[in-house]
Design a protein around this ligand. Structure first.
Ligand code: ADP
Ligand code: GLC
Length: 507
């Protein structure tokens, strides 16, 4: 690779494994960084230093050092000082910068406690976004690309376009904004404009304002040089009133700069042939006895009877309205008419946590629930279950269905977003051509979900066909390599746009 082809990429996100995680964003930000690094680009990841979390799992993390750098940002007239801790990811050239500010980030959770978002989330993430640019400047990173993710970093493209535009540190920098989830937009009341450091004139419908509020996701979409979504189908959905969550008109307007790139999965972490969380390993070539051992160990761990012939369904998820728990609740009694077992792992909305705990108490030999966040158990469910439930209301990409495919656990999904782009429904034609990988339904209704589960149970009784479908999914390539190349193309397009913008400003 020529040095001129080597991009300097700063990837800013509110979470990244192994430092912090509430959902797929954490997996994606670090896996993409690794894939870009493997393609020969220079990658720096910048995340908040949720110090309490980091210290809690210090023994599992690379050594983190204080860089000594300090900076101050005026937040609504009050100077707030931050620092930078840093580390290298082992066996890569990836530098991770952790923005520290104890009042904002030294807390038990990332965004909320007891179902309530932290009151000062706007200040926390405006500070983080502004810190990203301060740190790029002070550490002389001279990025070509600043890749922003979700509303927590939506302010960055705006700052890059305005107050940071003329600075030498950002002479050639273009921004890319990735939309992982339109349901979260970072909407705050107008006075919070004072936390952004942006001129008040940007509080208008073309830039930062939406329905009377400051909207940080809209801000990112308005100013970014390129916009991406995490699957091609979601890129279409966000341009419709149903999927755009109030921003569809803006996204349609920017559709020339909008591209959908399917997430990959980190196959060094999610690989049934080497997964250290599992009691036994297996592969598409030799599924048994490994997968069977994982199933009975999972049943034992979850307190379910160790019955190898009972189809075991798994669900690992944030417990939110997005993920289809209301559908599961509506048809649970019908599902349990079949001789199946279900293992749930998740945390979130107390309504769903309570409901599932009750379901498990009422059906102790059929339903097991673990409330909490447990990385090891998530792997064990992916491996030990026969089928994975993901009946989402909407799903920008979804990683669990891809983990399931790789682990020979047939996903049951709705035909939306990234689920539509990654699972092929079992039908006579798809079985014949060897492309069937799971079960797909269309309408967000509990009878459709129940019918689809019943279809799965029926197929489970035909072990040879079932095994073929497992193998189809296990041999598909979900690695990041292809998607990372598409991001690089997008970065280059962003640089062209940035160049055009510079030329326009000079006219
Ligand atoms: P989302 O980002 O919308 O939550 P994804 O499917 O993209 O959905 O990613 C979810 C990620 O979070 C997966 O890696 C999944 O295994 C993980 N996850 C979700 N809930 C839990 C939990 N309770 N314990 C462990 N991992 C979880
Ligand atoms: C979001 C989406 C999920 C996606 C993840 C990573 O949280 O809900 O569908 O896989 O981001 O992009």
């Amino acid at each position: 690779m020529l040095t001129s082809d080597r991009l300097r990429i700063v990837l800013a996100a509110s979470e990244a494994v192994p430092f912090s995680k509430t959902g797929g964003l954490a997996d994606v930000s670090m896996a993409l960084a690794r894939a870009l690094d493997a393609l020969g680009h220079s990658v720096t990841v910048i995340v908040p230093d949720y110090r309490q979390l980091r210290l809690a799992k210090q023994d599992q993390l690379p050594v983190v050092t204080d860089s000594g750098l300090r900076f101050s940002i005026s937040m609504h007239g009050r100077y707030v000082t931050g620092g930078v801790n840093w580390t290298f990811l082992p066996e890569t050239g990836i530098k991770v910068l952790l923005i520290s500010q104890s009042d904002y980030f030294d807390r038990p959770q990332l965004y909320m406690e007891d179902g309530q978002g932290y009151q000062d989330n706007c200040a926390r993430f405006c500070f983080f976004s502004r810190a990203v640019l301060e740190v790029c400047q002070q550490m002389v990173l001279r990025p070509d690309i600043i890749h922003c993710n979700d509303w927590q970093t939506g302010l960055i493209p705006a700052l890059l376009h305005s107050q940071f535009a003329g600075r030498p540190a950002f002479e050639n920098a273009a921004s890319v904004m990735t939309l992982h989830n339109m349901a979260f937009q970072g909407r705050y009341w107008q006075p919070d404009m004072l936390l952004t450091g942006m001129d008040a004139r940007y509080f208008n419908m073309h830039h930062m304002e939406s329905w009377g509020d400051l909207n940080l996701l809209k801000t990112g979409i308005s100013f970014a040089d390129q916009i991406t979504t995490v699957s091609p189908t979601y890129a279409q959905e966000v341009c419709t009133p149903e999927g755009g969550e109030g921003l569809d008109t803006l996204l349609s307007y920017r559709s020339d700069d909008l591209v959908g790139i399917l997430n990959g999965i980190d196959t060094s972490i999610w690989n049934p042939a080497s997964d250290a969380h599992l009691p036994a390993v297996y592969s598409a070539k030799e599924i048994q006895p490994g997968k069977g051992v994982c199933k009975s160990a999972l049943q034992e761990r979850m307190g379910l009877p160790q019955r190898d012939r009972a189809p075991l369904f798994g669900m690992v998820s944030r417990m939110s309205d997005q993920k289809g728990f209301d559908l599961v609740a509506e048809c649970a009694s019908r599902l349990l008419l079949d001789d199946i077992q279900i293992a749930f792992l998740g945390t979130g909305d107390p309504r769903y946590e309570d409901y599932l705990q009750h379901l498990a108490i009422e059906n102790p030999s059929r339903v097991a629930v673990s409330i909490g966040f447990d990385e090891g158990l998530a792997h064990q469910i992916e491996a030990g279950a026969d089928c994975f439930l993901m009946p989402s209301r909407f799903e920008p990409c979804g990683l669990n269905q891809m983990y399931s495919l790789r682990y020979g656990t047939l996903p049951i999904v709705r035909r939306i977003g990234g689920l539509a782009d990654s699972v092929v429904d079992v039908q006579s034609e798809s079985l014949r051509t060897g492309v069937a990988t799971g079960f797909v339904f269309d309408d967000y209704t509990s009878p459709q979900l129940a019918e689809t589960v019943e279809r799965a149970v029926e197929l489970y009784r035909q072990p040879n066909v079932w095994e073929q479908v497992m193998k189809n999914g296990m041999s598909a390539d979900w690695s990041w390599q292809n998607s990372a190349r598409r991001y690089v193309e997008t970065y280059r397009r962003a640089l062209e746009r940035r160049h055009d913008r510079g030329a326009d400003n000079r006219q």
